[in-house]
Structure formats: structure tokens, C-alpha cells
Design a binder for this molecule. Structure first.
Ligand code: HEM
Length: 156
């Protein structure tokens, strides 16, 4: 069980940590680049990061639900922090699926075809959705760590 929770937490940290680095560090660092170079950099960056996110999107809920059932028995018996975690987790996964199949596809096609206006619009949308998902991820990790280590409250 502890290995599964560790794997669960590790993939969650790779996902949320990657979004944190992209939004808080790489985004301002790439700003001075010329538009075509900047859009190509982002297409390559997401191309390298998203396979890890697919790993997280598969492994985090699988390990989470396995541990939830093994530890708490039925879904109705889940403590509040696990319910918050799964609610925010499902929202994060849906947001990622939208990013991957919609603006990211437009960013890639725009860069490949040289349509940098289309790629630029797609990047703006990705940036906004990554900002939301990063915030949800940081809140979820905080809730998970407080919940798993607290006692004697309705929250845990
Ligand atoms: C998608 C549905 C999810 C389910 C069903 C789920 C379920 C769980 C369960 C049952 C635990 C063990 C709690 C305990 O040891 O008492 C756990 C731990 C944890 N979860 Fe989730 N989780 C989900 C999504 C997420 C997401 C999206 C994140 C972060 C972005 C996350 C981060 C964590 C962390 C960091 C821990 C370790 C807490 C600790 O043991 O100190 N989980 N999760």
C-alpha cells in the first residue's frame, strides 16, 4: 500500500511540478524570444512533458482508487480529504484532456505549417488552462498531505 501511495504522490508531483516550472519559470524566461522561436520552444516543451502527464493521468486515479477502496472499504466511507482529492483530480484530468486534444493540437499544427498566429492563439489558451490546473494541483497536494497526516477532525 505504501508503495502505491508513493507512486501516486510521485506522479502527482511530476505533473504539478512540471506545470509549476512551465508557468512560473519557463514562461517569463521565454518571453524575450522572437515569436516563431518561442512558439516552437513551447511545442517541443509540451511534446516532452505530455507523455509524463499521460502517465500521471493513468496512474494517479488507478492507484488512488485502489488505495481508497483497500483502505476505506466503500466509496461512501471516504474521508472528506479523499473526496476533495478525487473531485479536484477528476477536474484536473478533464482539463488536461481538453488541452491535449484541442489547443495543443492547434499549437503543434500551427508551428508545423508556419501559421504562427494560430499557434499564438492556441498557446494563450494552453497558458490559461495550465495556470488553472497548476493551482488545482497545488491545492490538491496540500489537501492530500494535510488530510493524510491529521487526526480527529471531520476533514480527515
Ligand atoms: C483522481 C482521483 C484520486 C483519488 C481517488 C486519490 C486517492 C488518494 C488516497 C486514497 C490516498 C491515501 C490517503 C491516505 O494515506 O490516507 C492519496 C494520497 C495522496 N494523494 Fe491522491 N487521489 C486522487 C488524486 C490525486 C491528485 C490529482 C493529487 C495531486 C495533484 C493527489 C495527491 C496525493 C498525495 C500527495 C497523497 C499522499 C498523501 C500522504 O500520504 O501524505 N491525489 N490519494
Amino acid at each position: 500500500m505504501s508503495y502505491l501511495i508513493a507512486l501516486h504522490g510521485l506522479l502527482a508531483v511530476i505533473w504539478v511540478g512540471g506545470m509549476f516550472f512551465a508557468y512560473m519559470i519557463l514562461r517569463p524566461a521565454a518571453q524575450p524570444l522572437e515569436t516563431q522561436q518561442r512558439l516552437s520552444l513551447w511545442a517541443r516543451t509540451f511534446g516532452g512533458f505530455f507523455p509524463w502527464v499521460w502517465g500521471a493521468v493513468l496512474i494517479v486515479p488507478l492507484t488512488g482508487y485502489y488505495v481508497a477502496i483497500a483502505r476505506f472499504g466503500v466509496m461512501a466511507a471516504l474521508p472528506m480529504y479523499v473526496n476533495i482529492m478525487q473531485g479536484l483530480g477528476i477536474l484536473m484530468i478533464l482539463l488536461y484532456l481538453h488541452v491535449f486534444f484541442a489547443p495543443y493540437r492547434r499549437l503543434r499544427r500551427g508551428v508545423e505549417s508556419g501559421d504562427f498566429v494560430k499557434a499564438g492563439h492556441a498557446l494563450v489558451q494552453i497558458r490559461q488552462l495550465v495556470a488553472i490546473n497548476m493551482a488545482l494541483g497545488l491545492i490538491t497536494i496540500f489537501v492530500a498531505l494535510v488530510g493524510a497526516n491529521c487526526t480527529g477532525s471531520r476533514f480527515c
